[in-house]
Write a new protein. Structure first.
Length: 115
């Protein structure tokens, strides 16, 4: 059974930084597109960052220049470095691995940006 285990969430003040990590138990990590999504209070789940297998990272305008996604295929891990956090970044953040027909999700980790 595939498991994605996220860590690194918490409470941070506006302007602060957090680093999220996701460890995956899949057999061939390198073939997956890896991504982070988030779901804020009363909002739909939205894409935060994505790296396709062998491709370049891409981000929505809302986080571009502040967030950075990286992957380590050997360690089967994906990380999300979040800088200059804003109150509107408050959400549950989810790790995602996708390679048709497979689509795996972590349990989510809470990020709260508040003074």
């Amino acid at each position: 059974q595939v498991q994605l285990v996220e860590s690194g969430g918490g409470l941070v003040q506006p302007g602060g930084s957090l680093r999220l990590s996701c460890a995956a138990s899949v057999s061939i990590f390198g073939k997956y597109t890896v991504a982070w999504y988030r779901q804020g209070p009363g909002k739909q789940r939205e894409l935060v960052a994505r790296i396709p297998a062998g491709g370049m990272a891409n981000y929505p305008d809302s986080v571009k220049g502040r967030f950075s996604i990286s992957r380590d295929n050997a360690k089967k891990m994906v990380t999300l470095q979040m800088n200059d956090l804003k109150r509107e970044d408050t959400a549950v953040y989810y790790c995602n691995l996708q390679s048709d027909p497979y689509d795996y999700w972590g349990q989510g980790t809470q990020v709260t940006v508040s003074s």
